[in-house]
Design a protein around this ligand. Structure first.
Ligand SMILES: Cc1cc2nc3c(=O)[nH]c(=O)nc-3n(C[C@H](O)[C@H](O)[C@H](O)COP(=O)(O)OP(=O)(O)OC[C@H]3O[C@@H](n4cnc5c(N)ncnc54)[C@H](O)[C@@H]3O)c2cc1C
Length: 378
């Protein structure tokens, strides 16, 4: 099968790697370079039990994907020689006041009811586990199954692995138009195929996957309304932590979260801003994150600011991805709209798309993410 993938962010790269490894002839197109969209800005935290509400479909998707990460990383490391940091030391959610503590205790009750491992920490036990957390913290919720990953290097490893299996990637080139075609030869229908307008050429494929993140609505598909994906800007600080006692794991507060990297740096994320396709950093965004980081981890006041990253999260109206075949256009599959959890959901996304396209095996959970679900609601 000859497959085109539009977009080489974490989602497109993960699908390309999985499909190429199973024998598909994969061609990626990216208007920038691989990983240069939202993925380069991501903090790489894998935390469904913080991100999703109890009982929500996002929780079901996130928990399923989280369970795939260890094996996914092991297989990728065996194939690609590009190292990337991956850690499953958990996350620590911290309450800085009584109201936040009450909220966290409710989360702990819910986790207990669901049978999800967690630990409530306060006082000396909290400081012992994470000495950098503010001494005034009222309590903390440790979820040991959570983790984090270094995203830019992960995307590079996925691309290297995909290329080893014969995938190609053309950049910088924008795919602006997609059309599923049917034809008959000598009166007999032959399977439909897809035409892609790539710059000023037209290319033909058996199947196309649209993984263009926030820019997905700019890829026009003949006969289909624009996809309901819009950009939500996130700014993220890159700090150099002073001394050696970096926090051991991602620490989550009500106003920011922090992620330690093995090179001694600390990421502080992230703003959530509805400003269209504007990818600039702002003084207000940086100040908001700096203030929140110092409240959570007072040692951050002595850190140096190494840089600010910006990315556009691809958001949908219900904050679930648009994942699956387009109704009436079975040769066109969407894998976009992963909003705040595109890294967490990458192994699941790659797996369900690959099984669907190469084995005709639709995963039952695809019912949650049908791309046409908003058309029916209108
Ligand atoms: C500050 C920040 C922090 C985040 N933290 C986390 C986190 O901790 N955990 C988590 O799971 N998620 C996190 N996210 C969300 C995550 O980064 C995104 O969900 C994910 O990167 C989306 O991946 P993607 O491949 O769909 O999109 P992108 O990475 O944006 O990739 C889309 C690609 O498509 C290309 N493209 C677009 N249109 C076209 C076209 N017409 N033709 C050719 N190429 C095209 C673009 O150039 C781009 O490279 C964070 C996001 C931000 C901004």
């Amino acid at each position: 099968m000859k497959v085109a993938i539009i977009g080489a962010g974490i989602v497109g790269a993960a699908i390309a790697d999985a499909m190429a490894a199973r024998g598909a002839r994969v061609h990626l197109y990216d208007m920038r370079r691989p990983g240069a969209g939202a993925s380069q800005a991501s903090a790489g935290v894998l935390a469904p039990y913080v991100e999703a509400r109890p009982g929500s479909p996002l929780l079901a998707l996130g928990a399923r994907s989280l369970a795939m990460w260890d094996a996914w990383v092991a297989a990728l490391r065996a194939r690609a020689r590009i190292p990337f940091h991956y850690d499953r030391s958990g996350t620590l959610e911290v309450a800085l006041g009584d109201e936040e503590a009450a909220h966290l205790r409710r989360s702990a009750d819910w986790l207990a009811a669901e049978g999800i491992a967690h630990e409530w920490l306060e006082g000396a036990a909290l400081r012992d586990r994470e000495p950098q957390v503010s001494a005034s913290a009222a309590g903390g919720l440790l979820i040991p199954s959570h983790g984090c990953v270094q995203v830019p290097a992960l995307v590079a490893a996925l691309m290297a692995s995909a290329r080893q299996h014969g995938a190609t990637c053309e950049t910088p080139v924008e795919v602006v138009h997609v059309e599923q075609k049917t034809r008959s030869v000598g009166g007999t229908d032959v399977p439909p195929h897809v035409h892609l307008r790539v710059g000023d050429r037209v290319e033909e494929f058996d199947h196309v996957v649209i993984a263009a993140g926030s820019w997905s609505r700019r890829v026009r598909v003949a006969g289909v309304p624009v996809f309901p994906v819009r950009p939500i800007r996130g700014q993220l600080l890159h700090l150099s932590w002073p001394g050696e006692s970096l926090p051991r794991r991602p620490v989550w507060g009500a106003r920011c979260y922090t992620v330690p990297w093995p090179d001694g740096s600390l990421l502080v994320g992230a703003t959530v801003e509805d400003v269209g396709f504007d990818e600039h950093t702002t003084v207000a965004g940086v100040r908001e994150l700096m203030d929140a980081a110092v409240d959570l981890l007072p040692g951050a006041a002595r850190a140096s600011l190494d840089g600010v990253r910006v990315g556009l999260r691809p958001a949908t109206p219900d904050q679930l991805p648009l994942l699956g075949p387009l109704a009436g256009h079975p040769r066109i599959t969407l894998a976009t709209g992963h909003y705040r959890n595109g890294i967490l959901l990458a192994p699941y996304t790659a797996d369900v798309v690959t099984r669907l396209l190469l084995a005709g095996d639709p995963d039952p959970m695809l019912a949650l993410t049908r791309p046409d679900r908003f058309q029916e609601a209108r």
